[in-house]
Design a binder for this molecule. Structure first.
Ligand code: RP5
Length: 299
């Protein structure tokens, strides 16, 4: 584990240009996750805070069971909570990848717009809740190693998807950044925990894993950094992520890895990436970006 953390610090991370989300849909309308609270309706033209919406009266909801959890903020207004908005606050980053966010009446304001619910819902942090998502890819191959081509004679990209235990949707095996943790390290740790049997490995096996995958996870490309259209978002708390592509071009490293659903995941598999795929939150937007970049790299 120590070795793994050590090499993660030296990861080379390249960034290509990507498009950030400019609106949200999944976190508007309907019932808020794990509750009976119905969101106030927000039509498309009322998402932006700058468009007048006099009738807007979102319910205020913060799930009581998150109070006092080590990963959660206290309530706003208490003397025990003096957050440094738009700043690194001790080990917690309250900086948004979307740029500085506004504080309205003491509460951070969702940078995309209205969600139909205020409070923190089931999210731990007020303002940005930072996650990381690994997009682990390979080319689809026959047992012989020959690449499988689609109807247009193009190689087929595959990625590791997990089935989320909470919603049953297929998703990237991402997770929350722990306080003080490097975002690249989160992406790799979450892949190990959710898509491999890392959590039940012996220390010896973990050491072997670290050595075997050292080179592969050394180089990741940032393919997305910004807001996530996650159903848990509220007017005052929202998900953001940094997504990294780790690509196994000849399929010999993770391409040959035995997948094992772990932690919060109830399923894991290699899935063909297509422009029509539907995934949890805005993971499909991230995947489409990776697909485009990988196909372009073949030209
Ligand atoms: C999404 O939620 C992120 O993109 C990431 O995949 C995930 C993190 O939340 P948990 O899986 O830890 O619930 O918004």
């Amino acid at each position: 584990m120590i070795k793994l953390t050590f090499y993660v610090l030296f990861c080379v991370v390249m960034t290509k240009s990507f498009t950030m989300l400019t609106t949200h849909l999944k976190c508007r309308g309907g019932i808020y996750p794990r509750s009976k609270i119905e969101r106030f309706p927000v039509p498309d033209d009322k998402v932006d805070w700058s468009s007048e919406y006099k009738q807007y009266q979102p319910p205020d909801y913060t799930e009581s069971s998150i109070n006092g959890k080590p990963w959660a903020d206290p309530n706003i207004g208490g003397s025990n909570f003096q957050p440094k908005w738009n700043d690194v606050d001790g080990k917690v980053s309250r900086v948004s990848h979307m740029g500085p966010y506004r504080i309205t009446n003491g509460y951070p304001q969702n940078p995309i717009g209205r969600t139909g619910i205020c409070g923190r819902g089931i999210l731990g942090r007020w303002g940005p809740n930072h996650a990381a998502d690994p997009v682990v890819t390979r080319w689809k191959r026959l047992e012989s190693g020959k690449m499988v081509l689609d109807r247009d004679n193009k190689p087929i990209l595959q990625f590791v998807a997990i089935k989320r235990g909470d919603t049953g949707e297929w998703a990237l095996p991402g997770g929350m950044v722990d306080p003080g943790e490097k975002v690249t390290a989160t992406a790799i740790r979450e892949f190990q925990e959710e898509a491999t049997n890392f959590l039940v490995m012996s220390d010896e096996e973990k050491e072997e894993w670290a050595q075997k995958f050292h080179e592969f996870f050394k180089e990741g490309e940032i393919v997305y950094k910004g807001y996530v259209d996650d159903r848990r978002n509220t007017d005052n708390a929202w998900m953001e992520t940094v997504a990294y592509n780790f690509h196994d071009d000849n399929g010999s490293i993770v391409g040959a890895l035995k997948l094992h659903a772990g932690d919060d995941a109830v399923g894991v598999r290699w899935v063909d990436a297509t422009p029509y795929i539907s995934l949890y939150a805005s993971h499909d937007t991230i995947l489409k970006e990776v697909l485009k970049q990988r196909i372009d790299s073949l030209r």
